[in-house]
Design a protein around this ligand. Structure first.
Ligand code: FAD
Length: 513
């Protein structure tokens, strides 16, 4: 069977039959099979918005020169070298899940420790919280099975270079757990909060089939140290022994990061970003991007905006088309927002982070240690909470923010726990407010109707403020059998790059452990 790749465009409302017919016309073939390699929306011309495809066509009728089939990428290798040695993996976010799966397939005896409960119990706790129950300490938008991105838009794009083998494995595993097959070829793949729930539950089954044990409602509180090595963990449920420990605790677990720092695990502070969420009627975004409120065959319009204020980058991040803004703080005393959407992205609002880059040493004009960076950020997150005194969040209209007016009138919002009209310009250090102001002004020039939205704060979780210092080759941190993976380590940001980092850390453990 010969193989060749073809590129073509289709109208947005196309059907599978239409695509097949277009391929038949393009190739001149009658008997062929095909699969999509790449699908992306081209909205550069609003009067001609099309899907662009690259398709692989197989047919005995094809005349092909030798070598035109692309080389298969190197798949991940699972060396059978674990010999039943015990690994404790802390955290069930993408980094923890994928490192546990990899280690189990390499023959290690893996126990996963998670401070929150199963995703089913977690969802119930979140529903109760949004209906007025007390803040759920162990099961919130940051903590609990599945990690921070479980109730999210489930965007699976990543700009991290050199992770194509890991990415293929991650996508195959997610598809086997119920993610739509299209994530393998969409340029902007996403799964949505509703599908992630089932995927998280099925991933647990996949790991258990591979021999992984789960301990939910179990908090890793301290390292047990013997002879310069980590011999296990102290948890709220008792001590656990281990030959290796992998921390994949995300970047909201400040208690865990502080414990690791206290135990001399080396960290440095790093640049991060801060700002707010901007929320608009989704129809406003659709009109700005497509020139019309709906477009057959496309769910909801996205945007990605960037501006530069002197040396400070300001950019939109993690847009949730058709989604809602959620209270994403990890502890009861902070206020942080983030966003989520369902697979259909069919809600009436869309939101995205608007953040400015922060170099804390420049901002504070003095050297800053990693613990100080955590303290500084936590203080800011707490100040947003103490301003409202409950889980309402400070907000103002974009128009008021731009015109330096203290906002009073606030339109409706998707945020479930209420807004408080506050002058957001007062809540950040002056250089940050100035950068955010310049950025938002530029965004209004770039996207028609952007000034009709509101801003809600605080958005502080786009990237971690600290980074663990790893051995360059063996990837351990501080102790030869201690590994830190994912966003909490400061080496990744987002679902896919954190999962890939979990795989790479696990592979280093297998190679050198
Ligand atoms: C609401 C929201 C929406 C998001 N949307 C997207 C998106 O669409 N796309 C995207 O790419 N990224 C998104 N992100 C970011 C993404 O979720 C994170 O980058 C990613 O989850 C990081 O993975 P991780 O495994 O490193 O850590 P996490 O996912 O944060 O997982 C850490 C886990 O460790 C557990 N834990 C912490 N401390 C302890 C302890 N001491 N003992 C035991 N367990 C512990 C936590 O309960 C948690 O389950 C979103 C984040 C949020 C909050």
């Amino acid at each position: 069977m010969s193989y060749r790749e073809f590129e073509l465009t289709m109208p947005t409302g196309y059907t599978e039959d239409d695509l097949r017919q277009a391929l038949a016309k393009l190739t001149g073939l009658r008997d062929f099979s095909y699969h999509i390699l790449l699908k992306s929306l081209d909205a550069r011309r609003k009067d001609r918005i099309v899907w662009r495809f690259r398709c692989a066509v197989n047919s005995a009728e094809l005349q092909v020169e030798a070598g035109s089939r692309p080389e298969a990428k190197a798949p991940l290798v699972f060396a059978d070298s674990g010999r039943g040695r015990r690994v404790l993996v802390v955290g069930t976010g993408p980094a923890g899940i994928f490192s546990a799966l990899y280690l189990a397939r390499c023959g290690f005896a893996v126990q996963v420790v998670e401070r929150g409960s199963t995703v089913e119990q977690r969802r119930k706790a979140l529903q109760d919280f949004e209906q007025g129950a007390a803040f759920p300490t162990a099961n919130n938008y940051a903590f609990g099975e599945g990690g921070a991105g479980t109730f999210s838009d489930g965007k699976l794009s990543s700009r991290t270079k050199g992770i194509s083998s890991e990415r293929d494995f991650i996508f195959e595993t997610l598809i086997a757990a119920g993610a739509p097959a299209e994530i393998a070829y969409m340029t902007h793949p996403h799964v949505g909060s509703d599908l992630l729930f089932g995927i998280t539950s099925r991933l647990r089954e996949t790991l258990m089939e591979a021999g992984v044990q789960f301990s939910f409602d179990t908090v890793a509180e301290d390292l047990l140290l013997t002879g310069g090595r980590v011999s296990g963990l102290r948890t709220n449920k008792g001590d656990l022994d281990a030959d290796f420990v992998v921390f994949a605790t995300g970047h909201s677990a400040f208690d865990t990061l502080r414990m690791l720092m206290k135990r001399d695990v080396p960290f440095r502070h790093k640049n991060f970003a801060l700002g707010f969420r901007a929320e608009h009627r989704q129809e406003t975004i659709n009109r700005a991007q497509w020139g019309r409120p709906i477009l057959a065959g496309v769910k909801a319009a996205e945007y990605r905006l960037a501006a530069q204020h002197g040396e400070v980058p300001v950019y939109s991040f993690c847009m949730c088309p058709g989604g809602t803004v959620v209270p994403a703080g990890a502890t009861a005393d902070v206020s942080v927002v983030n966003g989520k959407s369902d697979y259909r992205r069919d809600g009436q609002w869309g939101n995205a982070a608007v953040v400015a880059g922060v170099n804390l040493e420049q901002l504070l004009t003095r050297p800053v240690s990693a613990p100080e960076a955590l303290d500084w950020l936590e203080k800011l997150e707490r100040s947003f909470k103490s301003l409202t005194g409950d889980y309402r969040v400070p907000a103002m209209t974009i128009s008021d923010f731009l015109h330096h007016r203290s906002g009073q009138e606030l339109p409706e919002s998707s945020y479930p726990l209420g807004l408080m009209a506050v002058d957001m310009a007062e809540l950040f250090p002056v250089p940050l407010t100035e950068a955010l102001h310049a950025g938002v002004k530029e965004f209004c020039r770039k996207l028609s109707g952007y000034d009709n939205g509101i801003i809600l704060g605080l958005e502080s979780k786009t990237s971690a403020p600290v980074q663990a210092m790893r051995h360059p080759e063996k990837m351990y941190c501080g102790y030869e059998n201690l590994f830190l993976a994912g966003e909490g380590s400061g080496w990744s940001g987002g679902i896919v790059s954190s999962a890939a980092d979990g795989l790479r850390v696990a592979a280093a453990l297998v190679r050198h452990g």
